[in-house]
Design a protein around this ligand. Structure first.
Ligand code: FNR
Length: 353
């Protein structure tokens, strides 16, 4: 099997994973409308290339939160990587380090955070955190990852409770069953896991509670899951350092806007006061180009990383990242941009179809 685009990894992963694992990774909430629209929305956007510019040298490097990365393509937090590959997040971390991009490690990583750092000590890492009812647990986790050299906290806002994923219900798969599976790793994290099982997410968490997190960490705080200008304005008011426009890959509230459709509203509201990133539906270099043209500083990949991992472990994740980087390089060249700084909104138009 030759792997030349992200869809090749998707097809191969689907064949090789068990049905319940595939459904867990692939699944969206309810009718999966938003999951599918995340991808369809990119196809409603057309490119407006410019020609007769010197594109003999094209550079896709950029920075996020002041750190240099080789491309505006990074890894979104997804839990349970050992469902896809035995040493799970350690492989993902090695691939991210080799690709010189940022890897947002999920709270629900199936390796310990120490193992992940040891596997790839030079990698740029951010840590994804849910507000728990037990704030002491949040504090311990945050102090632990800070001392391990994680460079930012990504707070996921769109999970006051789990979305309704029908396939997981049919397969009788839930967070608790996964956390308790003996064949997965979850070594010393099990105590955290068992706490989380009781009340994983704090549904009472509000804007006013953000300051508690800001008071216990020196790290930049990035809010993940913002989809409206109203919340973007509140994020500015609360002095956070970034936003990831995201609908959790369509796994939480269904029928919300595709991420790329929500991006302009958020970017406009933020008025350049912080970096805005995007995840959801990125499957090609052209998708990355469109997101950057609409104001994202960088994009993050969820499912494609798990496909790479399921197909070939660390090498698969590296290939997914390399393919996308190469596609982005080609997209920039064909569109007449020499660098990400030259990507502007004039590059896109919305199709009437
Ligand atoms: C996720 N996502 C997620 N988000 C988060 O903040 N914490 C998490 O632990 C997880 N876990 C998770 C598991 C799986 C299997 C998937 C598919 C997704 C959401 C993720 O960070 C991201 O928002 C989406 O996956 C982006 O959409 P694409 O790239 O999958 O289309």
């Amino acid at each position: 099997m030759s792997f030349v685009c992200l869809a090749d990894f998707q097809a191969h992963a689907r064949e090789h994973l068990s049905k319940s694992t595939w459904d867990f990774i692939d699944g969206g909430a309810d009718d999966c409308f938003t999951r599918d629209d995340n991808i369809a929305a990119f196809k409603r956007i057309r490119l407006r290339p410019r020609f007769l510019r010197d594109v003999s040298q094209v550079d896709i490097k950029t920075t996020i939160q002041g750190e240099q990365i080789s491309a505006p393509i990074c890894i979104a937090p997804t839990g349970f990587h050992s469902l896809a590959w035995p040493d799970g997040e350690m492989s993902t971390a090695r691939a991210a380090q080799a690709a010189d991009i940022c890897y947002i490690t999920s709270t629900f990583a199936s390796c310990t955070f120490e193992e992940i750092v040891t596997a790839a000590p030079r990698g740029l890492r951010w840590f994804q955190v849910y507000p728990y009812p037990n704030r002491e647990l949040n504090k311990q986790l945050i102090q632990r990852v800070e001392s391990l050299g994680f460079k930012a906290l990504v707070m996921t806002l769109d999970v006051p409770t789990s979305g309704n994923r029908r396939q997981d219900t049919r397969n009788k798969l839930d967070l608790k069953t996964i956390l308790l599976r003996k064949d997965l790793r979850f070594p010393e994290e099990r105590h955290i896991a068992s706490d989380l099982q009781m009340s994983p997410f704090d549904a009472s968490f509000c804007w006013k509670d953000l300051s508690w997190f800001q008071g216990i960490t020196q790290l930049p705080i990035i809010l993940k899951g913002i989809l409206t200008k109203e919340d973007a304005e509140l994020a500015v008011k609360h002095n956070v350092q970034g936003i990831i426009v995201s609908n959790h890959g369509g796994r939480q509230l269904d029928d919300v806007a595709a991420s790329i459709d929500a991006l302009t509203e958020v970017v406009t509201a933020v008025q350049g006061k912080m970096e805005v990133y995007l995840d959801g539906g990125i499957r090609s270099g052209n998708d990355v180009l469109k997101a950057l043209a609409l104001g994202a500083k960088c994009v993050f990949l969820g499912r494609p990383i798990l496909w790479g991992l399921a197909c070939k472990g660390e090498q698969g994740v590296q290939e997914v990242l390399n393919i996308l980087k190469k596609e982005l390089h080609t997209s920039l060249t064909l569109a007449g941009c020499r660098s990400v700084a030259e990507i502007s909104q004039d590059l896109v138009q919305f199709s009437r179809l």
